[in-house]
Design a protein around this ligand. Structure first.
Ligand SMILES: [Zn+2]
Length: 318
């Protein structure tokens, strides 16, 4: 089942009602016009069917980035409904080539490719797309009959991560700022993620948000019809609290490896970890820990001994 909410005239926030994890705040632009635009509409297959029963032909499906919680069912839109797909150029292979996906996220480096492949097939029901169109975030923009969709490159979460500023051509209604995965659970664990860039992307979006009249839509969780000046600060605090958890586990005497830190379950608590995919947290949590320790090393707060893989890197406080 899908729940529709009209944000401004012509733009709907559409959400599946299910118990799946990582449910999306996706957008449908001008569903009642001939050509409409879908943003991150990744739902269970029957909900996708339901979506198409409510709209005319979709002109295209626009993705904010390649992570599979946003894109796993792109192939279904493409194969069953012939919807063209646009995805940031940095991540177009995430949905056309599993090997590249494994390499960019980092599972290949840790020999966890088979675990990841199992997870995305069995639990996410992912399949590959044949051919997708790519766009350059921050350069290529889009438009529908009544709206302009500007892309804003916000790397850090992933290399091609993109926000959308959506404005009506008549400039009467409020605009929409879709900030994708810059949100309440900041993630920067892929080996192609980068915490320093993530922080810069927060600053970039905050400046845009505070200087305009926007409805703020993160890809997951709560969205904000009225201005919430603290939204971006809360994300910064969450990042600081991750850093503190890591520092609190280190001391000045003994070195500790990233593998050991992951196994202490300081970022994702043990009760939230689903046994068949436990190993994948060596990237999801390990990559986040690595990003923090790189920063702390840069700031001369920790000492580092480099290991064979990043999981074997060892650190202690200076
Ligand atoms: Zn993501």
């Amino acid at each position: 089942m899908l729940v529709w909410k009209e944000l401004i005239e012509g733009i709907y926030l559409v959400k599946e009602k299910s118990s799946r994890v990582n449910i999306l705040n996706s957008l449908v632009i001008e569903p009642k016009n001939q050509s409409n635009i879908l943003i991150d509409t990744n739902y269970p297959f029957d909900d996708i069917d339901n979506l198409y029963s409510e709209i005319d032909n979709a002109e295209f499906l626009l993705f904010s980035h390649g992570h599979l919680d946003h894109t796993a069912h792109a192939f279904y839109h493409q194969n069953k409904y012939g919807t063209p797909i646009y995805i940031p150029i940095q991540e177009s292979e995430y949905i056309t080539n599993i090997e590249t996906l494994n390499e960019k996220i980092g599972f290949k480096k840790l020999n966890l490719e088979d675990n990841y492949r199992m997870m995305i097939k069995k639990y996410m029901k992912f399949d590959l797309c044949n051919k997708v169109n790519s766009y350059i975030p921050g350069k290529d923009n889009f438009k529908s009959k009544n709206f302009i969709i500007n892309t804003i490159h916000i790397p850090g979460h992933s290399p091609g991560h993109t926000a959308f500023s959506i404005k009506s051509k008549d400039k009467v209604s409020k605009s929409i700022l879709y900030v994708s995965d810059i949100g309440s659970h900041p993630y920067y664990g892929d080996l192609s993620s980068n915490l320093t860039e993530y922080r810069k992307s927060i600053d970039k979006l905050e400046a845009i948000y505070l200087n305009g009249e926007y409805i703020l839509i993160p890809a997951h969780g709560t969205y904000y019809l009225d201005k919430d000046k603290e939204f971006f600060n809360r994300i910064r605090h969450k990042i600081d609290s991750n850093e503190k958890k890591i520092i609190d586990c280190l001391n000045t005497r003994n070195y500790k490896s990233i593998k050991e830190l992951v196994e202490e379950r300081i970022l994702t608590s043990a009760d939230r970890i689903f046994e068949p995919i436990k190993e994948l947290y060596y990237i999801w949590d390990g990559g986040m820990i690595l990003n923090h320790l790189d920063e702390l090393n840069e700031k001369d707060i920790v000492e580092k001994i480099k290991g064979n893989t990043f999981l074997d890197n060892k650190y202690k406080l200076k």
